[in-house]
Write a protein that binds this ligand. Structure first.
Ligand code: PLP
Length: 391
């Protein structure tokens, strides 16, 4: 302890911005400041950059550029997909299906809709956080369901959901299907023309794949009916008003191009480090892994340590220079146990003693050695202080 080293193991919360991305953005914060809607030369440069970024995002997803809409990030994309589809279809149906482990950016708009008379089915998950296609079938409700929204991979426990199968059910019943893919860009190859041809809307957020914060996109398949979310100017073909965050969009375009260049090789490298960390941590007594053992994101680990308070653990890890989180970053300010861990059937005490470590490009093998060196001692120290623990 007292070590000045810093080990960043919170890539699911956010990532550093790739220096190449920063370089690509800089001209648009300096001399190329024009408003893309204006008609003179510097503005045209901004407009061209914007459309180039749209092409980059489309290419990374196997989509058409006309299906990409820039937003302020994952939260806005999720809100737009959920609220926009619900409002567009409300004359026919007021029923939405989602999962109980979604990010709050999906769950809270659903709660908001419930207050307006919509009915929402929150699908259960199994012990490992998997949503079952049969549960979706069983939840379908005549005369119709206006939206099915299930995340591609969970931000806390890393479990990957069977999105192509779920999409197929939605398509068979003519129901729009949305997936929050915020955690999967650069980790799972996406192809909206083939493997993911039944996905109608997909959310992404640049700061999860080494791009800038406050910028994201919503993919909307041509023909999908949803109301606009931001009202005002005619930007984004009249569907998402507001002067574009040009530098952010350029950064998003560059970041997605870099992140999706060689997904398999990159994921294998991260997973190798992750698996060594996993094996080492599981040697600590009374420790269990949360989430699915195989169907999980390559950089994700989530543990429950019996007789441990997650907050205290985070504090001591922070003192040792290790940055990670208990539950999701967005909810770490709230004292309750994680809704995701509870949905997997974990007891509240076990959920409170959970730790999420997410690896990425900031990590080297030495980081794994360091965590394996400090963590067992910290757990031992905290357990020694617990009134319930008997060695
Ligand atoms: N969805 C998921 C699965 C996330 O992990 C996050 C961020 O943690 C979001 C949505 C929200 O994205 P943003 O931070 O860009 O608003």
């Amino acid at each position: 302890m007292g070590d000045s080293r810093l080990v960043y193991l919170d890539h699911a919360a956010t990532t550093f911005t790739n220096p190449e991305v920063v370089e690509a953005m800089l001209p648009f914060l300096k001399e190329r400041f024009g408003n893309p809607s204006s008609l003179y030369a510097p503005a045209r440069a901004a407009r061209i950059a914007l459309e180039n970024a749209r092409e980059q995002v489309a290419k990374a997803l196997g989509a058409g550029p006309e299906e990409i809409y820039f937003t302020s990030g994952g939260t806005e994309s999720d809100n737009w997909a959920v609220l926009g589809t619900a409002y567009a279809g409300r004359k026919q149906s007021r029923h939405i299906i989602t999962s109980s482990i979604e990010h709050h950016a999906v769950l809270h708009p659903c709660k908001y809709l419930e207050k307006q008379g919509f009915e929402v089915t929150y699908l259960p998950v199994d012990r490992e956080g998997v949503v079952y296609p049969e549960e979706v079938e069983a939840a379908l409700r005549p005369p119709g369901t206006s939206l099915i929204s299930v995340m591609y991979a969970n931000n806390e426990i890393g479990t990957i959901e069977p999105i192509p199968e779920l999409g197929k059910i939605a398509r068979e019943h003519g129901i729009p299907f949305h997936t929050d893919a915020v955690q999967v860009i650069g980790k799972i190859p996406l192809d909206l023309k083939r493997k993911h041809a039944d996905v109608d809307m997909l959310s992404l957020s640049s700061h999860k794949f080494y791009g800038p914060k406050g910028i994201g996109a919503l993919y909307i398949r041509e023909g999908t009916k949803l109301d606009n979310y931001m009202h005002g100017g005619g930007q984004e073909r009249g569907r998402r008003a507001g002067t574009e965050n040009v530098a952010g969009i350029v950064g998003l375009g560059k970041a997605i191009e870099l992140a999706t260049r060689d997904i398999e090789k990159h994921s294998a490298k991260i997973q190798k480090m992750r698996d060594r960390l996993l094996a080492g941590i599981l040697e600590i007594p009374l420790t269990s892994l949360n989430g699915h053992p195989e169907k999980r994101l390559p950089g994700n680990l989530n543990f429950s340590f019996e007789f441990i308070e997650g907050e205290a653990l985070l504090l001591l890890l922070d003192q040792a220079g290790v940055c990670c989180s208990a539950g999701s970053a967005c909810s770490s300010g709230s004292p309750g146990p994680s809704h995701v861990l509870l949905a997997t059937g974990l007891a509240p005490e076990a959920a409170r003693g959970s730790l999420r470590l997410t690896l990425g490009d900031a990590n080297r093998e030495e980081d794994v050695d360091y965590v394996l060196e400090v963590l067992p001692g910290i757990i031992k120290k905290l357990r020694a202080m617990s009134p319930f623990y008997r060695p």
